[in-house]
Design a protein around this ligand. Sequence first.
Ligand code: SF4
Ligand code: F3S
Length: 85
Amino acid sequence: VYVIAQPCIGVKDASCLDVCPVDCIHPSRNELAFDASEHLFIDHDECIDCGACEPACPVTSIFEESAVPEEWKHFIAITADSFRA
Ligand code: SF4
Ligand code: F3S
């Protein structure tokens, strides 16, 4: 599963949207600790792990879950929260 981390915040370039074959990158549905309108999230129930989004991000904000840098690991949990109904 892929995760969008900190660098997206305030940039939200959206190049990732154009390359995702299953259209699973969305705004948050929930109030989060930061202004989530400035960030997009990968829905982990829909992501097919194709990896196409990772090189498309100009600020290197997208990582495979196991490769998320230590200081941004909390974005894995934030992503889960972002789609909680
Ligand atoms: Fe979409 Fe593929 Fe990125 Fe998952 S890994 S969010 S399916 S482009
Ligand atoms: Fe954000 Fe990068 Fe996508 S800045 S919206 S993760 S292309």
